[in-house]
Design a protein around this ligand. Structure first.
Ligand code: FAD
Length: 234
């Protein structure tokens, strides 16, 4: 199998190599060789540097803050970053850029793309994933977080768990049950909830190693403004 890149990948590859050479000190061995606090500080600075040089979400359209590059360019970027022992973003970008951002690029409305994507790329917004529940892990059809419409608002009631980097999030995307009469694998809606909404509380879970990364998220009737009137309009 020939794993060399085609000629059209060369100019972007050269750009990235020049960036890495100008940015990283000679002999840099990556955050894997640092202690935890040093690696965390590096990750924050490095993420900002990537954003300032246009290396976050390079395939997203330019009008939403991306560079409109190809999937091949994304692969080249990943390879060159790995070669230099540096990450493509922070850990929370796995949920923020990859899970939510890419979903919005594909499925979001124009208004959602303009509102959310640039702030995800800049890192001003960090979205965490709220799927798992105490009684619904792999089996998401068992989820119980309830969402009801009340006039111009959505009200949530229930709990999520195992939310990675929950304490770093500015928002949580959740799957919530919106039609209790429907079959259990239907009647589920994907909602975006700002973390600072009153009634939404994030509590860290301390693991055996003493670290707090996973969280529980409690929804005690937080209320989200929403102008449309039915789930299908939202
Ligand atoms: C590194 C990491 C990060 C994570 N981050 C997040 C996060 O940010 N947000 C989030 O929402 N979740 C997250 N999760 C997922 C969450 O932590 C749980 O691992 C996941 O929800 C599985 O739930 P569980 O552990 O209760 O296992 P269970 O769902 O109880 O599954 C246990 C076993 O039963 C099987 N099983 C489950 N349901 C059925 C069924 N109906 N029929 C037959 N077999 C079944 C499963 O295949 C599995 O073998 C993360 C997981 C990992 C590993």
């Amino acid at each position: 199998m020939d794993l060399t890149f085609p000629p059209e990948a060369e100019s972007f590859c050269a750009e990235i190599r020049a960036f890495l050479e100008a940015t990283l000190p000679p002999g840099f061995r990556g955050p894997g060789t640092m202690d935890r606090a040093e690696a965390e500080a590096f990750s924050i600075t490095w993420r900002r540097t990537l954003f300032e040089h246009g290396y976050i979400a390079v395939t997203w359209p330019k009008e939403y803050g991306g560079r409109g590059l190809t999937k091949l360019d994304q692969v080249v970027l990943a390879q060159e970053m790995a070669r230099a022992a540096v990450p493509l973003g922070r850990v929370a970008d796995t949920t923020s850029v990859k899970l939510l951002g890419n979903t919005l690029v594909r499925w979001g409305t124009e208004a959602q793309k303009r509102r959310y994507l640039p702030r995800i790329i800049s890192g001003d917004d960090v979205w965490v994933q709220g799927y798992s529940e105490t009684e619904a892990g792999s089996d998401l059809a068992s989820l119980n977080l309830r969402a009801d419409i009340d006039g111009d608002h959505i009200i949530l009631n229930g709990q999520k768990i195992w939310t990675s980097r929950g304490l770093d999030g500015t928002g949580i995307f959740v799957l919530a049950r919106t039609d209790r009469a429907a079959a259990k694998h239907r009647g589920i809606t994907f909602l975006l909830c700002p973390i600072d909404t009153p009634g939404l509380e994030v509590r860290g879970i301390k693991t055996l190693t003493g670290e707090v990364d996973f969280c529980e998220v409690f929804f005690t009737l937080p209320t989200f403004a929403c102008p449309s009137r039915t789930w299908s309009e939202r």
